[in-house]
Design a binder for this molecule. Structure first.
Ligand SMILES: [Cu+2]
Length: 298
């Protein structure tokens, strides 16, 4: 991060602090200000330095490469999927930093963004990761490995997976603010604004009643993954540290461009992890776009 960016973040950070102190709902940063990273920095000190290219678009980055060892995957059949991540020395990486309770997070989504899984492979020795993977239907999938090599910065590498068979691509689900899963209703508040850490609040209810006893999952009450439609760019979404077990879970999502995104929220209640999914549209970036309006107050 260069000095100008640091200074910009610092100034914007002050603006956010002052906005909060005055109870202002809207904070307008200087035109052309860099994205605010302050919330993320506070919540997750070990978070990687921000790079301009979104994660997940490359199979190899900074000398690290994702190598699938399993290729033949049949629709609907569990596969012992194995892979390695090789480092700059060409050898499988065996030393990882724990992030969100795990050394490596493994996300698999269908290319049409209608199927999503967040899995945690186990180490099979020698830097080989192993996970039981079932891809529901024939088609094209993208797998992401999200990890921090010890002594390095965080990376998300992506690789395509193919499942042979007749394939019917599905249209992107329509933009919406309500998702239902297993009798739970999850509502989405807040808007994605390109280049800004946008506050996004998800509220969980069941049978019309707010859920206030969410269980911590991977060290937080919810985990959110955002994937950009069309290229499946994988976005870091930072949870806001919270002692409250629902019904609201707050995140700061920073999207790099306008357009459609798929949001996948993992939350745990009554010992089961469920995923609520949404399609959200980010408005195209315009000069002087205000930061996300805070409709909930502090
Ligand atoms: Cu994970």
């Amino acid at each position: 991060m260069n000095t100008a960016t640091k200074l910009g973040s610092y100034v914007l950070g002050l603006a956010v602090v002052f906005g909060g102190a005055l109870g202002a709902g809207k904070v307008v940063g200087p035109i052309g200000a860099p994205p605010a990273e302050d919330h993320a920095a506070m919540a997750m000190p070990a978070e990687q330095a921000k790079s301009d290219t979104p994660g997940g678009l490359q199979v190899s980055e900074n000398g690290y490469t994702l190598n699938p060892l399993s290729t033949a995957i049949k629709p609907g059949e569990p596969t012992d999927f194995q892979f390695t991540v090789t480092g700059p020395d060409g050898k499988p990486v065996t030393d990882y930093q724990v992030e969100h309770d795990k050394k490596l997070h493994f996300i698999v989504a269908s290319r049409d963004l209608t199927s999503f899984q967040h899995l945690h492979p186990v180490e099979a020795g020698g830097g080989v990761w192993s996970v039981k993977l079932t891809l529901p239907e024939a088609g094209a999938y993208r797998a992401f490995a999200d990890f921090v090599p010890s002594g390095g910065s965080g990376l998300t590498l992506g690789t395509d997976l193919s499942v042979a068979g007749a394939y019917q691509p599905k249209a992107l689900p329509p933009v919406g603010r309500t998702a239902t899963v297993d009798g739970y209703t999850v509502t989405l508040d807040g808007d994605l604004v390109p280049g800004k850490a946008s506050k996004v609040t998800l509220s969980v209810s069941k049978d019309g009643k707010p859920v206030t006893d969410l269980q911590p999952y991977l060290g937080a009450y919810g985990h959110l993954v955002a994937l950009r439609a069309k290229d499946l760019a994988y976005l870091h979404v930072h949870p806001e540290a919270s002692e409250k077990a629902g019904p609201e879970i707050t995140f700061y999502a920073e999207v790099p461009s306008g357009g459609d995104y798929r949001l996948f929220l993992d939350f745990q209640h009554q010992d089961k992890v469920r995923t609520a999914d949404f399609t959200a549209k980010a408005a195209p970036a315009t000069a002087g776009t205000p930061a996300t309006e805070d409709t909930h107050g502090h």
